[in-house]
Design a protein around this ligand. Sequence first.
Ligand code: PEP
Ligand code: MN
Length: 358
Amino acid sequence: MIVVMSVGATEQEATNARDLIKGLGLTPHDNYGTQRVVIAVLGDVAPLRDHLMSKLNVMPGVESVTPISRPFKLASRESHPDDTVIELAGTKIGNGTLTIMAGPCAIEGRDMMIETARAVAAAGATILRGGAFKPRTSPYAFQGLGVEGLRYLQDAGKETGLPTITEVMEPGQVEVVAKHSDILQVGTRNMQNYSLLTAVGKAGKPVMLKRGYGATIEEWLMAAEYIVSSGQPNVILCERGIRTFETYTRNTLDLTAVPLLHHLTHLPVVVDPSHATGKRWLVRPMALAAVAAGADGIMVEVHPRPDEAKSDGEQSLTFDQFGDMASALRKIHEEVRTLIKDPFAMTGPIRVDGASKH
Ligand code: PEP
Ligand code: MN
């Protein structure tokens, strides 16, 4: 349920509304706008709904009370009609900006990290990626440099002025990863690791949540809800492909997720065509398609010598390929801004209930 206070409401009137909510065993969660306070009511609202609505509706300072139909309350567009824009040193993510996250799959050493950071920064990347803790399918594959890798990533970020992103695999790593990186990444294999979601939500840094390769959009948004309800409002959703019967590509890129998410949530949406396709030559067309579909950005893997990469070389771009793709992305983005002015309004009153239809 969403309680919208009127523009001139006093702090005491907002407190009275919060006290009523708390008195019923529910939790008020404030969203401060520039003009007014909006209070989301969290908890098991359904049995108390009519009672609560009738009381709130007549309270001084309350302008409107609306039930939220989505199970992901704080992540829903209903609770927060404006897009979330995440501001990090020198860059903004969301609402019409073009975010380009680039860097190697795995940080393999200081020199390659600095070399890659310089190349992607010069070509227009806005965020530097690199994996230090790597979730590998095989226990015999390169597992990442761990904390040593985090230091190289941080140094490369400082050297180029780019904010950084890296994956955290378990709650015990959250503190050290948050110390070294600007954004925490939760990978596809951990999308429903609820203790990790809660831990990253409490770490005080923006989080990028990749879609589980077998997760529905609703399950994904419920996972985002864990992070937001743990205290972190700045969550980026990353579509990275889902598993289907197709075998030519590593995964199947679900680009429908982009406009659908803009309809359902205020959180920024980025697309990772590297893990989605698994093939270098498919990365560029799918990155362009993602931005054309309205994505707020992309994440791609780039390596100085992809054929020698310790992980995911087949899907990593060379520096030249990245530079060429980044300039094409900027052109598409410029066009799309004029074509999709308001993706939320464009989708219209479609019914999206998460149920599968055959
Ligand atoms: C990654 O981005 O490094 C990664 C492992 O991606 P995913 O979790 O999507 O497989
Ligand atoms: Mn990878």
